[in-house]
Design a protein around this ligand. Structure first.
Ligand SMILES: *[C@@H]1O[C@H](CO)[C@@H](O)[C@H](O)[C@H]1NC(C)=O
Ligand SMILES: *[C@@H]1O[C@H](CO)[C@@H](O)[C@H](O)[C@H]1NC(C)=O
Ligand SMILES: *[C@@H]1O[C@H](CO)[C@@H](O)[C@H](O)[C@H]1NC(C)=O
Ligand SMILES: *[C@@H]1O[C@H](CO)[C@@H](O)[C@H](O)[C@H]1NC(C)=O
Ligand SMILES: *[C@@H]1O[C@H](CO)[C@@H](O)[C@H](O)[C@H]1NC(C)=O
Ligand SMILES: *[C@@H]1O[C@H](CO)[C@@H](O)[C@H](O)[C@H]1NC(C)=O
Length: 392
């Protein structure tokens, strides 16, 4: 039995390695620990303390039954966040890339870390990083503050949407200056990309990552040459997205081995069934990808949820690039399972009055977890064609 297991593990390991060892695109990557200097103000919220799963369920109850949908009434004041955070990132540049001067800077959403963009199972069909490199672009992916190998500070006020926006802004500045690799500690990878300097930066997000980009476009629209907002759509259903389907539990209790370093306020989707409900639509995923999503799941902070709305709905008049909303047609959380006929392009254009192009794409049959769903690469082509249409 034990030896069967060993053989299985080795077989899976070799599959994973094969995906990585034979990149058609000439994958050159370096893994970095980026010191991100933050000096910004953040909101101090009236929030329930979350130090156990019993507390988490009470927090979900509170979040879903507020007598008032007005989160402003929960603002207690402002705090200053002045710190240097460690952000774990990966920079990849294609060996020969017609568009290697364009850097896609990708921010993942709730429930994952940067591996969301670089799925290791059948990476030729699922890895967004591999598809981007094959298309000739460069890409930087990173673990959002509070996830993966990045710093995990206070989960109530510090790990919040506003602070994540500032981190993305600083990463964009660092990348544009050509110092992303040279200012960082190299922790892996064989390539020396310390002189890489992009001329264009396209921010790509998934879910909360897209919300963070939306915040950046409003705060500093000129820092973006283009925005791809996946797993997010302003629509008639947006207010009904709930934290309940995640079945959140206290991270450290849910898996002490994986999440022993997560403290107060860090929560994680409880079961594989919750992961399926939130991210995957039957008929549009392979079971191995659900297993993978469960394996690489990541906790997030309670502060990110209460602060989610603070950056939404505000226009970004200084943003001049193209913007695409890209969402699974069957997205459960954002569209109540059917995105068709839920949005208004005229209203979207009012938020981005100077944008060179705006489009909405519904990926057929697919749920919220776009990179984990069948037909993912055909969806990536839609994104690339949209960018090409705007000269990127
Ligand atoms: C941090 O920001 C405040 C307010 O903008 C400013 O007064 C202060 O000089 C900044 N501190 C550093 C170390 O940059
Ligand atoms: C929300 O609450 C704040 C503070 O309690 C109040 O000033 C504001 O008018 C409220 N906004 C709405 C839309 O009710
Ligand atoms: C990496 O490349 C840069 C610029 O091309 C060079 O200055 C630096 O010495 C190189 N570092 C290593 C470790 O090869
Ligand atoms: C949306 O609904 C229309 C019919 O109202 C249909 O023609 C179209 O194919 C649907 N779009 C998607 C992406 O499912
Ligand atoms: C779409 O949005 C525009 C601009 O906000 C508005 O004038 C129009 O009535 C909306 N259309 C529908 C069908 O709601
Ligand atoms: C796969 O995705 C592409 C791009 O959105 C779409 O045109 C195509 O119809 C999809 N195929 C299936 C089987 O859903």
């Amino acid at each position: 039995m034990a030896s069967v297991l060993v053989v299985l593990v080795l077989a899976v390991a070799s599959l994973v390695n094969k995906g990585r060892a034979s990149p058609t695109s000439g994958r050159q990557c370096v893994q970095l620990e980026v010191p991100v200097v933050v000096n910004t103000s953040a909101i101090h919220w009236l929030q329930k303390k979350v130090d156990s799963t019993i507390d988490v369920v009470d927090w979900v109850d509170d979040m879903t039954t507020w007598s008032s949908p007005n989160t402003t009434s929960r603002i207690l004041g402002q705090i200053t966040v002045k710190d240097t955070f460690k952000i774990s990132g990966q920079l990849c540049v294609p060996a020969k890339g017609p568009r290697s001067d364009t850097l896609q800077l990708a921010t993942h959403g709730v429930g994952f870390d940067k591996r969301y963009w670089d799925v290791e199972i059948r990476s030729d069909q699922y890895s967004y990083v591999d598809s981007v490199l094959a298309e000739g672009y460069s890409i930087f992916t990173y673990d959002r503050l509070g996830t993966g190998a990045s710093s995990k500070p206070d989960a109530y006020d510090v790990v919040s949407t506003g602070v994540q926006v500032e981190i993305l802004r600083q990463l964009t500045i660092l990348a544009r200056s050509g110092k992303l690799a040279s200012a960082s500690k190299k922790v892996g990878g064989s390539s020396n990309l310390s002189s890489y300097k992009p001329t264009k930066i396209v921010q790509v997000g998934h879910s909360l990552g897209s919300v963070i980009i939306i915040g950046l476009l409003t705060a500093d629209g000129a820092s973006s040459d283009g925005a791809i907002l996946t797993g997010f759509l302003y629509n008639s259903q947006i207010g009904s997205a709930s934290v309940a389907p995640w079945g959140f539990e206290y991270a450290k209790e849910n898996d002490p081995k994986k999440f022993g370093d997560r403290g107060s306020g860090y929560i994680v989707q409880a079961t594989k069934a919750n992961t399926q409900l939130v991210f995957l639509k039957k008929g549009a995923f392979e079971p191995a990808l659900l297993d993978y999503a469960w394996e690489v799941r990541q906790p997030n902070s309670v502060g990110e949820f209460i602060s989610l709305g603070t950056v939404l709905g505000q226009p970004a008049p200084a943003f001049k690039g193209p913007v695409q909303f890209f969402i699974g047609e069957k997205d459960y959380g954002f569209c109540g399972g059917d995105c068709n006929h839920t949005y208004n392009v005229t209203a979207l254009k009012e938020l981005y009055p100077a944008s060179s192009a705006l489009s909405v794409h519904l990926q057929p049959g697919t749920g919220h977890g776009l990179t984990l769903s069948t037909n993912a690469t055909a969806g990536y082509k839609v994104i690339f064609n949209f960018l090409h249409g705007s000269g990127l």
